[in-house]
Write a protein that binds this ligand. Sequence first.
Ligand code: PXP
Length: 241
Amino acid sequence: MSLALHVNVDHVATLRQARGTRYPDPVEAALQAERAGADGITVHLREDRRHIQERDVRVLREVVRGTYNLEMAASDDGLRIALAVRPDHVTLVPERREERTTEGGLEVAGARASLAKVIAPLQAAGIKVSLFIAPDLAQIDASAALGVEQVELHTGEYAEAALRAHALEALRSGAAHAHAAGLRVAAGHGLNVANVAAIAAIDAVVELNIGHAIVADAVFEGFAGAVRAMREAMDRGRAGL
Ligand code: PXP
């Protein structure tokens, strides 16, 4: 199976919002990322609008040629925007205002009714739904039972763990379990050129969502160079090199 790279351009917007300017524009980053080989573009419209704005979400729908993935909380506000914009995928993520980034996966099993209320209208509009979860078998089973098309396994613990082997094993078995349950399997969070290979090597994973490290590398290498370097690191990992 091939492995798609979806570039998350949130932190281009972080730099713009830091000064309230019109630059740098995440839309321009998305265009460059796709020209450099990205298969899709991801943005997270946070409730506090700390980086991506509604304008970005709308304009990106006009320009993204590959898969356009909107990450959002399972809220009425998020649902309204997603139904108006119609991204290809919506990834439902947990959100807490005080967090620095998305710190954990969704608690799917305990929130089935409230998630179903958001999932049903998205799917009825032809939008594929992905749930961002920890590589935990109970969360995977609960996601499959909700009838979503995809899960995205949270790689944050793997990226940060001093003892990586354990976190990697959880991702490997979680990916195989989700694939066997008929789910498409994505992964992401905290991935960079140095740690991506082992995740790219997991057969059942068909999509990676990567943002912060690409934007950070772009400061020194340019956006296209950073995307190409990530693509190469993924391809080496997939090939087992
Ligand atoms: N996937 C999801 C669901 C996320 O919420 C994020 C962070 O917004 C990412 C992937 C990308 O994480 P990072 O910016 O650490 O690459």
